[in-house]
Design a protein around this ligand. Sequence first.
Ligand SMILES: Nc1ncnc2c1ncn2[C@@H]1O[C@H](COP(=O)(O)OP(=O)(O)O)[C@@H](O)[C@H]1O
Ligand SMILES: [Mg+2]
Length: 289
Amino acid sequence: MPDPTPTPQAFRRFAGTPSYLTNDALEAAVNAALALERPLLVKGEPGTGKTLLAEAIAESLGAPLLRWHVKSTTRAQDGLYVYDTVQRLYDSRFGGGDVQDIRKYIKLGPLGHAFKAPARAVLLIDEVDKADLEFPNDLLHELDRMRFQIVETGEEVAARERPVVVITSNNEKELPDAFLRRCVFHFIDFPDPALMERIVAVHHPRLGPDLVRQAISAFFALRQHPRLRKRPSTSELIDWLTVLHAAGLTGVRLDQDLPFLGTLLKKEQDVANLKDVKPQGGAARRGWN
Ligand SMILES: Nc1ncnc2c1ncn2[C@@H]1O[C@H](COP(=O)(O)OP(=O)(O)O)[C@@H](O)[C@H]1O
Ligand SMILES: [Mg+2]
């Protein structure tokens, strides 16, 4: 159970890391989830640092991170354990040891590993909205009780210490109310240019300030383009700067062809649209802002 009278110092357990920049609202959400021992649900556009947040929490708590990357076919059961019947059948036909020992064929999933960890772990359930709607509902029971039974062996797997659970969503699907009720929620806004400059500095500490400023302003102008189907994200900006730097460029200009556009735009219509309306001078450039 959480300590009923935590001090403010004990409450503020997360304040970002040297390479993960936060703001007060994000820190408050993380610390609330830690104090309540409830899952933290973070939503936001791709590239807003949701996945990286789980790494940063693990780093700052000194806890191991277990990742569970959700796909369209993922079932809640996969996170607990799977019983490898195919391997058992194979062993029974081709002689692979004692097939009577079913425990050998039970493979724990990320949730199972997090429960079994000797000390508190951080469990990342990444992109929960990729799976079908039943997935989050099916997880509720185990996340609440922090224990489950392996039916085939009768063994109970119970968390020694409740793991810190971070769940991310790109907002592709609505999540069920019963699931939301149990989480602490935070929406990570897309970084503004000032925060973006600090994020870039973390990843590219030695880049020339002119190149960084021009690239960031071109990036935000691109993102505001009304006809863009897929707006570039933070990781694409960071890649773009890596390439610009590697190519020895010291600046970029929006009113000229942007170099290495393929690192920022990933749809041919976007590249074509951009060519159609690329501003040629002062008057036209207003359309970008
Ligand atoms: N707050 C932040 N501090 C430092 N780097 C960040 C931050 N947010 C995003 N980034 C950068 O953006 C990239 C994408 O972050 P990621 O966690 O993969 O985003 P998401 O999971 O939201 O799609 C990271 O690899 C990192 O380079
Ligand atoms: Mg992610």
